[in-house]
Write a protein that binds this ligand. Structure first.
Ligand SMILES: [Zn+2]
Length: 524
């Protein structure tokens, strides 16, 4: 299989580097923002059916954690992370309609201003309205602390702006309630295909409005190109109730704690998750499931009937990668990890979400190859780089993607030894980089996703980018290199790190060496 990759035209090889996982435009400036053109008002605003507020009881969230790490729920809750209570229903008859499945939902977000400035408005991303999702989300009602809000939809329909009657001071909290409707495309060809109903599999990334990161650049409401990860979120707690047809097997971030059957043809799942950066749901009437215990983690593999061998391969690879990375970078916190199959566009291999990895169905047909094993290890690696340690995936995609590529290489190094490791470093990193040099198209690894074409994104961020970490390890040696990665994982667990924070994590190494290599491999 390796040879097959080597003889592929360079362009196709570049495309193979679409491991999955996202790009930018300028963030809205932080205070006193001017309104972006409102393309559609939130519409006549009925008071939302008053969804019950997020429960104060943290015990369901603790249940989704490894017992020894359950306290991390309390620690993060004490910091004022956002708490979402989402109640959504998939309309069963809509699954067979030509214009795609529909969801009706209501949500309550308990938001605390953890910034150091007054906030005059809060934003929600409406991801189904972005090009990479290809669906639609309509907000039908907004209240702030129970009062109807004149919220507006802005920024290419992708963002809801909720003005606050009184500016929210640092440390103050409020509750925003929303009602919404969303429709899902019947093709997985938009973006990464993670909001789609195709081949009897429904993927529901972004099925609820989500509050983006606010930082020194303001609110991050960038609309990104279709290649690249679309979200940049803080960790939050999720209390999710979802009603779906009874014949569906559901897979979610976090854990499904209860299932009830309101009617003979429907089921309602109640899931909790967090602290985590997103909450993903998939479902299919065709999923089969196998599981394995890895220490305190239950690893589940969901695959379509007929692909059991691939499902077993995914289960084993994900289990071994989790074990390997826990040893290298510190504990994965959740009780469960899921790896599941779903249709994806083109040659995309996989996409990461908190607590799970979605793998492209096409690779289940031929599971025994290095590329697919590499992609599974890559998506598991994202549980540390993206999941636990957050970074701006839109404006600094290399920070999680290049490091996650290097982390997948470490899995091969640990499992198969130095020869295999070098073979894959040559194939996945050096080959595309040398192609860039040979074709005169080399460019800096740094830059937002929107700065790259799809093929260049793969070759530069996933091919050249990991060579920074290889060069750094060669330069400062294994002890300082791995101490630096552990430091990075520990110091920014559940928070967000800048590129400078990553570099500073190698603080025991000669600063000039680190800076020189950063300039050479990332900035030039
Ligand atoms: Zn990735």
């Amino acid at each position: 299989m390796v040879n097959k990759f080597l003889i592929l035209p360079a362009l196709l090889l570049f495309m193979l580097f679409t491991f999955g996982c996202a790009p930018k435009q300028t963030a809205l400036p932080k205070e006193a923002q001017t309104f972006v053109t409102a393309t559609a008002p939130a519409g006549p605003t009925p008071a939302p059916t008053d969804a019950p507020p997020p429960s104060e009881d943290l015990s369901p969230y603790r249940q989704t954690m490894k017992p020894k790490l359950a306290r991390e729920v309390d620690q993060q809750a004490a910091k004022g992370i956002t708490r979402y209570k989402i109640e959504a229903a998939l309309l069963p008859e809509s699954l067979t309609q030509r214009d795609g499945p529909k969801i009706q939902g209501r949500m309550k977000a308990q938001y605390t201003n953890t910034e150091s400035v007054l906030l005059n408005q809060i934003y929600f991303r409406l991801l189904p309205n972005t090009p990479g999702y290809g669906g639609a989300m309509k907000i039908t009602g907004v209240t702030v602390n129970g009062k109807v809000s004149p919220a507006e939809i802005v920024a290419q329909r992708a963002t809801l702006e909720v003005p606050l009657h009184h500016a929210l001071a640092p440390g103050e909290s409020l509750r925003i309630a929303l009602t919404y409707e969303a429709s899902i495309p019947t093709t997985a060809n938009y973006g990464y295909g993670m909001y789609a109903w195709q081949d009897n599999i429904l993927t529901l990334a972004g099925f609820f409005p989500v509050i983006p990161v606010f930082d020194a650049d303001g609110w991050h409401v960038e609309v990104i190109p279709q290649h690249g990860d679309a979200t940049y979120n803080d960790v939050a707690l999720y209390d999710v109730t979802l009603t779906a047809p009874a014949d569906m097997t559901l897979v979610t971030s976090g854990d499904i704690l209860t299932v009830t059957h309101p009617t003979s043809v429907t089921q309602t799942i109640h899931a909790y998750g967090g602290p985590m950066r997103d909450f993903f749901v998939a479902m299919s009437p065709d999923y089969q499931k196998i599981s394995a215990e890895v220490g305190e983690i239950t690893v589940n593999s969901y695959f379509v009937a007929g692909y059991r061998q691939a499902g077993e391969f995914a289960l084993q690879t994900a289990s071994e990668a989790l074990q390997d990375f826990e040893k290298r970078f510190g504990p994965y916190p959740y009780r469960a990890f899921d790896v599941l199959a779903a249709p994806m566009p083109g040659t995309l291999g996989g996409v990461e979400f908190p607590g799970l990895a979605v793998m492209a169905q096409r690779y289940y047909q031929n599971p025994d190859n290095d590329f697919w094993e590499f992609v599974i290890a890559h998506e598991v690696g994202h549980q540390w780089w993206y999941g636990l340690v957050g970074s701006d995936q839109v404006n600094y995609p290399w920070q999680d993607e290049a490091l996650t590529q290097y982390t997948a290489l470490l899995y091969f190094e640990d499992k198969y030894g130095p020869q295999k490791r070098q073979e894959l470093a040559n194939l996945y990193f050096w080959y595309p980089y040398n192609q860039l040099l040979a074709t005169g198209t080399d460019r800096p690894v740094a830059g937002p996703v929107s700065d790259f074409s799809e093929t260049m994104y793969g070759a530069v961020v996933y091919g050249k980018g990991p060579l920074f970490f290889e060069a750094l390890r060669d330069s400062i040696g294994d002890p300082l290199f791995f101490a630096g990665l552990r430091q990075y994982a520990n110091a920014y667990r559940y928070s967000i790190a800048s590129p400078e924070d990553l570099l500073a994590s190698f603080g025991q190494a000669n600063k000039q060496d680190v800076e020189y290599l950063y300039q050479k491999w990332i900035l030039k």
